[in-house]
Design a protein around this ligand. Structure first.
Ligand SMILES: C[S@@+](CC[C@H](N)C(=O)[O-])C[C@H]1O[C@@H](n2cnc3c(N)ncnc32)[C@H](O)[C@@H]1O
Length: 368
């Protein structure tokens, strides 16, 4: 079955599609349902366990322009990707998958400027990733031939084609800058050996995902100071030190020699919950494995008392009631900062996060 959008609406969307980590469909579905309601959409969510994607289907087609600006993948904590979708093809023939896709794209009365082929992050769907790599160029050529696609044309939406299996394709569209920074929301970050631990990639991803370019430029400059609570062996510390920040690393455990060799790091063996800096710092980052509410209270206290201007922190979530745990932490932070004026609190379930999410908190008066 495929949906043919009526031309009078221009590009008509039939709902939203979100990719997530396998096992987090329930949380993504709850968020997607709420987000769709905020957008004024009427319809229903479909989520199957361990498929790594969730869809919202509207009862009526909706003009893409009404959704596109507000449909930003950062809006949902558990979504790695978030896109309006406009066609679904259920019976792709193995010998010619291009023709039905080109036909559906043409029927959408919309030109596109970028093409991205994606799969959900499951073993089954990833079997399609080799096919996606081989198929991208021929599909683009077919789309160009019919006038549906003009590479790099300014202002046109991107076309995302998602293959959950060999015979199904979801056609989605996104305005430039609204879809995830990386295909499938999976950053291909390389770990340098001197970075000490793989969790260094988590902070690298958080910096790109949770901060704007302006915020990165303002806050990750040589000469600024940072504190890393629960620092050992030093992957997060290294991310800051190699950007030129002076880091106080708090942990009773040993720091990797390669991190100490940057000569930007002071290692203090102390309890991260009670240690405080002698003077305010730009950053406090925290990767201690603890109850999420304890971490939330700690970061809120550092911000409220001006000990740091910004913080990035990990919240380890319980297996059950993950969203409730997040909301509990949000409420706790909101309460603690009630007297401090408006604040920016962003959460994301990063690709490098497993049973945790990563947060960014700053007072708006202190931000870039
Ligand atoms: C997940 S590891 C941190 C990994 C680190 N972010 C990295 O990139 O290498 C958690 C660390 O928190 C430390 N930790 C746990 N509770 C702590 C506390 N109360 N005070 C200081 N460090 C603590 C542990 O010793 C451990 O080294």
């Amino acid at each position: 079955m495929s949906f043919a959008p009526p031309n009078r609406l221009g590009l008509a969307a039939y709902g939203l599609l979100a990719l997530c980590r396998s096992g987090f469909e329930k949380e993504t579905a709850a968020e997607l349902d709420e987000f769709a309601a905020e957008l004024g959409l009427i319809g229903f969510v479909r989520a199957r366990p361990d498929t790594a994607f969730v869809t919202f289907e509207t009862q009526e087609p909706v003009p893409f322009v009404d959704l596109a600006e507000r449909c930003d993948w950062r809006s949902l904590i558990f979504a790695r990707q978030l896109l309006p979708w406009f066609a679904r093809i259920d019976d792709l023939p193995e010998r010619d998958r291009a023709t039905p896709i080109v036909t559906a794209a043409r029927a959408a009365s919309q030109r596109f400027a970028e093409l991205m082929l994606e799969t959900p992050d499951t073993d089954e769907a990833k079997q399609q990733s080799g096919f996606c790599r081989r198929f991208a160029a021929p599909l683009q050529r077919e789309l160009e031939k019919t006038g549906v696609f003009r590479e790099h044309a300014k202002g046109l939406p991107e076309l995302h084609v998602l293959f959950p299996d060999a015979t199904t394709a979801w056609l989605c569209a996104a305005l430039p800058g609204k879809a995830a920074l990386w295909p499938m929301g999976i950053p291909r970050l390389r770990m340098l050996r001197e970075a000490a631990s793989r969790s260094t990639l988590k902070l690298a991803e958080a910096i790109f995902t949770l901060l704007t370019e302006e915020e990165r430029n303002a806050s990750l400059r040589p000469g600024l100071r940072a504190v890393d609570l629960g620092a050992a062996p030093g992957g997060w510390t290294w991310q800051l030190a190699h950007r030129g920040l002076r880091v106080t690393a708090i942990d009773n455990g040993p720091m990797a020699p390669s991190v100490m060799a940057t000569e930007m790091v002071e290692h203090v063996r102390a309890d991260g919950f009670t240690w405080r800096p002698p003077r305010p710092v730009e950053w406090m980052v925290c990767d201690m494995v603890e109850q999420p509410t304890r971490i939330a209270a700690l970061v809120a206290e550092w911000i409220a008392t001006g000990r740091c201007r910004r913080t990035i922190f990990n919240l380890k979530l319980p297996m059950k009631k993950r969203l409730e745990a997040v909301e509990q932490c949000r409420a706790l932070i909101t309460k603690r900062l009630a007297q401090q004026g408006p604040f920016e609190l962003r959460f994301k379930h990063l690709y490098h996060d497993r049973e945790e999410i990563t947060g960014y908190l700053t007072l708006k008066s202190a931000a870039a």
